[in-house]
Design a protein around this ligand. Sequence first.
Ligand SMILES: Nc1ncnc2c1ncn2[C@@H]1O[C@H](COP(=O)(O)OP(=O)(O)O)[C@@H](O)[C@H]1O
Ligand SMILES: [Mg+2]
Length: 216
Amino acid sequence: MIQLFHVFKNFGSNVALRDVDLRIREGEFVFVTGPSGAGKTTLLRLMFGAERPASGHILINGINLNRISRTKLDLLRRKIGFVFQDFKLLPRKTVFENVALALEVTGERRSFIRKKTHQALRLVGLAEKQTAYPLQISGGEQQRVAIARAIVKDPLVLLADEPTGNLDPDLTKDIMVLFRSVYMKGTTVVVATHSRDLLEDTEQRTILLNRGRITG
Ligand SMILES: Nc1ncnc2c1ncn2[C@@H]1O[C@H](COP(=O)(O)OP(=O)(O)O)[C@@H](O)[C@H]1O
Ligand SMILES: [Mg+2]
């Protein structure tokens, strides 16, 4: 479960989040939406512990992110998959290596890492691109590598920031199907998007942000 209590976040005089109160249940699928600059990315980064709130509290499964050590935060992050808006793939590593890396930090056995990495790449439809380098594949494929990397560790929570950003409608649909299958396995999924198209035919809960405030 993800809980936010009266969370404020500013960057200098720029206020990104104002008094955000939020509760996302375990196994829920929610969209965070709102115009550019509304605070969506900041909200996700706070949930990942990549930013600290100026005031207020964030709890992940009852653990207060303000109160835990760096080591414990690293451990907690292993259970959270994050799909970054700009992918953050390593250009000198292959598709396979980029995904496997997410598991190598956990100290799992090689054979296990190989198996899980293949599974994740199959799930996103990239099994045959595993030896390619990020710059040799399309933007949509890079996006799917970023998703495979986030889900390979079977996270409890999947946070995705504009995951369909620059994709065409068909690929967008594929990726939403992918997220839905992750959600069906019991993972909590939070997708930030400014795109109305994504929300059109969905019954999922939608949190609307405007200038850092939840307005719906
Ligand atoms: N690292 C940063 N430094 C300064 N201002 C930032 C930073 N990150 C976000 N902001 C500001 O915080 C506000 C919310 O940004 P962001 O969370 O990126 O919104 P969104 O993802 O909805 O477009 C914006 O006004 C943005 O300019
Ligand atoms: Mg953003």
